[in-house]
Design a protein around this ligand. Structure first.
Ligand code: ARG
Length: 461
């Protein structure tokens, strides 16, 4: 008969529809290695409490070793009759250790504290892998920033030309945001470094088990302080779902820029053949599919976060079976990020910038108008007046189809007497960039400092 963890009081077996809605092995099997780690730790706690003798502990550990190997090589897999990963592994353990010894492991634990623990362990490993993959993308962006050197481009607000910036400054802005994504995952890691094992179903155990011992065995720094909270809470999952969504959103914003910058109208960059796709009908096409998929999947990750929050919001404490719905969203977010990150990293590392085009368009759209206003401010003109005067320069240039530096000395002086020919010194992209040398500004010296700091930080991460 199939192994069941709860058959005793039932006269009949589960209806097929119950089995179907209840079964979770199709997604929770990825947790199997972590469940086995939890079982090993629990066996040590049972031994310490005198509930397993030395031989039994040795037998249990050896059976769990063999089970782990069989899971790893795929020779042990869940059956359709296994309700969840825990049930399947219980069946495997009973086979390997025999029903007598194998049947002792469940003492003093419940699937409720078990799943709360092993899900954290799974997420912790996934979070660390993902944070590491983010640093690869940061390194690719920094490499591009280094190659770009002091190349200028049009900086944008409202997606309109605003003020010239260094391309390296824009790339570094993405590195900064990704750095916070990594920090957020780190903070999460530290906050949820807690073992719920020992909480039992919700109220703790009568068997004198030491939760701190289990925590240590699992490499978690401390046991949970409240057994109800430990089995009922999933803020650890929701918080990581947010950190992952925010990361995906940051990837998506970079992806969106790649998509736009690769168009013929912009012509800012070219995609590497290995990281772009063609069209089945239009032979000329070169499509930024990776960037589009990253942008699309960001929406999916946001859905995973909001779906999980909605699952949690109405649930009384402690465990409810709704909580089984906590897994697919995060497992999916992990799976998607592990596809997205290498792809966008490769795309980023291999794209080529059209630096002459970036430079040629950097001052278009009157992006040096602020420089005119600030030139006047330095001549003690109130900013309100300076802003008006610079605006008049723009209006004149625009209506006569010229750039700002094509206005004549007479025209400048006619707009404001303080607009002497010296104003031309700020009407160059290089002058405008170099002048923005305050902390965090786009001046080449500041950007070089910023890149050096980022390189150190990313190397340390
Ligand atoms: N598979 C369940 C989950 O992921 C754990 C089992 C707890 N089930 C129960 N009936 N107490 O939440």
């Amino acid at each position: 008969p199939p192994v069941q963890l709860w058959g005793g009081r039932f006269a009949s077996g589960p209806a097929p529809a119950l089995e179907a809605i209840s079964r979770s092995t199709q997604f929770d099997w990825v947790l199997a290695p972590y469940d086995i780690a939890g079982s090993r730790a629990h066996a040590v706690a049972l031994h310490a409490a005198g509930l397993l003798n030395d031989d039994e502990l040795a037998g249990m550990t050896s059976a769990l070793d063999r089970l782990a190997a069989a899971v790893a090589d795929g020779s042990f897999v869940p059956l359709p009759s296994d309700e969840d990963v825990h049930t399947a592994l219980e069946r495997g353990l009973l086979d390997l250790a025999g029903p007598e010894l194998g049947g002792k492991l469940r003492a003093g634990r419940s699937r409720n504290d078990q799943v709360a623990t092993l899900y954290r362990l799974y997420l912790r490993d996934a979070a660390r892998r993902i944070a590491f993959a983010v640093t690869d993308l940061q390194a690719a962006l920094l490499e591009q920033a280094t190659t770009a050197g002091a190349a200028p481009m049009a900086g944008r607000t409202h997606f309109q030309h605003a003020q010239p910036v260094l391309l390296a400054h824009l790339l570094a802005a993405h590195v900064q945001a990704l750095g916070r994504d990594v920090d957020r995952i780190r903070d999460w890691d530290a906050r949820h470094d807690v073992s719920p094992y020992g909480s039992g179903a919700l109220a703790g155990s009568t068997l004198g088990l030491d939760p701190a011992l289990v925590a240590t065995q699992l490499g978690l720094s401390r046991p949970a302080e409240n057994s109800i909270d430990a089995t009922a809470s999933r803020d650890f999952a929701a918080e990581l779902a947010f950190a992952f969504s925010m990361l995906a959103v940051d990837l998506s914003r970079w992806a969106e820029e790649i998509i736009v910058f690769a168009t013929a109208e912009f012509g800012y960059l070219r995609l590497h053949d290995g990281y772009s796709t063609g069209s089945s009908i239009m032979p000329q096409k070169k499509n930024p599919d990776i960037a589009e998929l990253v942008r699309g999947k960001a929406g999916r990750l946001i859905g995973n976060l909001t779906g999980l929050l909605a699952t949690l919001k109405g649930m009384p404490l402690a465990y409810n079976r709704d909580l089984q719905e906590d897994k697919e969203p995060l497992i999916d977010s992990v799976t998607q990020l592990e596809l997205m990150l290498p792809a966008i990293t490769g795309l980023t590392a291999t794209l080529t910038w059209n630096l002459p085009r970036l430079e040629a368009t950097a001052s278009q759209g009157f992006s040096l108008a602020t420089d005119i206003a600030e030139f006047l401010v330095k001549a003690e003109v109130p900013f309100r007046v300076a802003h008006e005067a610079a605006g008049e320069c723009v209006a004149l240039a625009e209506s006569t189809d010229r750039e700002l530096d094509q206005l004549t000395d007479t025209e400048f002086a006619g707009i404001h007497p303080a607009l002497t020919p010296q104003v031309r010194s700020v009407l160059t992209v290089a002058g405008s960039l170099a002048a923005r040398d305050g902390l965090g500004g786009t001046a080449p010296v500041r950007v070089a400092e910023q890149l050096a700091q980022l390189r150190d930080r990313v190397a340390a991460d």
